[in-house]
Design a binder for this molecule. Structure first.
Ligand SMILES: [Zn+2]
Length: 68
C-alpha cells in the first residue's frame, strides 16, 4: 500500500516538473506570436515592424491600406 502511494506521489512530481519545465518554452513561443499582427484587410499575419498602421489598424501592405 505504502509503495503504491509513494509511486503515485513520484508520478505526480514527475508530471508537475514536466509541466513546470514546459511553461517557459510556451511563453517564449507566445512572445514570438505577439510580434505578429493581423492585416485588417486580407487577414495575413505580418511582423509588427513591417506592418503599416493606418487609423489604428494594421495592414500588411500599401495595397491593403488603399483597398480598405
Ligand atoms: Zn493585407
Amino acid at each position: 500500500m505504502l509503495l503504491k502511494i509513494l509511486l503515485v506521489i513520484a508520478v505526480a512530481v514527475i508530471i508537475y516538473f514536466v509541466f513546470f519545465k514546459k511553461k517557459p518554452l510556451k511563453n517564449s513561443d507566445k512572445s514570438d506570436v505577439s510580434d505578429m499582427v493581423e492585416c485588417s484587410k486580407c487577414g495575413v499575419y505580418t511582423q509588427i515592424e513591417d506592418a503599416i498602421i493606418s487609423s489604428n489598424k494594421y495592414y500588411c501592405s500599401k495595397e491593403c491600406v488603399e483597398k480598405r
